[in-house]
Design a protein. Structure first.
Length: 263
């Protein structure tokens, strides 16, 4: 069964998923050059593919295959029953790397990113954006953006066979972090490790980001990613005022504490 070869890379959006994927693909001969995305099977995806095609592509890939997912681990977003069952099977049987980042930095990065394609967000202040709501799939209620981030984090951390990895670890201690990843996944590393100097998606434009961040991608090993805006840990201090900090703490304080981020 091909689940023996799959590795799930999960994260909330704008949290370092692409950097983690590229770090493994660029530095382990055991990892396939291509990767796949579970969101590719969502019915409302711009380039949706049927389950049969997804399975066939996965079966034809050699080595360990990275599979990315931004969704929640309950996998309720997939409308078809077969798709939901398949996604849940992948998540259940695959070792998982959950990449997290200080939720306040996530909010800032998401704000700038969404301004590039959302007219609504483009005219929002950061305070308005922070307090806007995100609806959960199949639920009448909604969460604030920090509340959804916290829900995402706490939901994924309950999964078995999971290694939680922080974005800041990749930023500040790349080699030892990569070796920790390799040990958890039981994959080998190249003799000469290739650090990634520019983390993030290959292009921040929405269409290309969908293609590279949500679809399976074949890209030359070692190709350097680039993006229009490169956020750094601690950027949140430039936009959060005291009311924003207090609001975020109320909505996401438990998740921040569990991940070890300072208030």
């Amino acid at each position: 069964m091909f689940f023996a070869n799959t590795i799930v890379i999960a994260s909330h959006r704008r949290s370092g998923m692409q950097w983690t994927i590229d770090a493994l693909r660029n530095n382990s001969p055991d990892i396939n050059d291509s990767y796949m995305s579970l969101e590719q099977m969502e019915a409302d995806h711009d380039a949706a593919v049927p389950l049969s095609k997804f399975r066939r592509q996965l079966l034809n890939m050699d080595g360990r295959v990275l599979i990315s997912v931004h969704d929640l681990p309950a996998a309720d977003s997939w409308q078809g029953l077969d798709q939901r069952l398949f996604v849940r099977a992948v998540l259940q049987h695959s070792p998982t790397i959950y990449v997290h980042r200080d939720g306040r930095d996530v909010m800032v990065s998401l704000y700038y990113y969404m301004q590039s394609f959302s007219e609504t967000v483009r005219y929002q202040t950061f305070a308005q954006f922070l307090r806007s709501e995100v609806a959960l799939n199949g639920e009448e209620s909604a969460l604030s953006r920090p509340g959804y981030w916290a829900h995402h984090v706490l939901s994924w951390l309950q999964k078995d066979s999971l290694l939680a990895l922080s974005y800041s670890e990749l930023e500040t201690d790349f080699e030892s972090t990569l070796r920790k990843l390799a040990a958890f996944l039981q994959v080998s590393l190249n003799d000469g490790l290739r650090p990634l100097t520019t983390p993030g998606p290959k292009n921040s434009e929405p269409i290309l980001d969908n293609v590279l961040g949500r679809l399976g991608v074949t890209r030359r090993r070692g190709a350097a990613p680039d993006q229009a805006r490169l956020g750094k840990s601690g950027d949140w201090r430039k936009l959060f005022d005291k009311r924003d900090r207090d609001f975020f703490a109320r909505e996401a304080g438990e998740a921040m504490q569990q991940l070890g981020y300072a208030n």
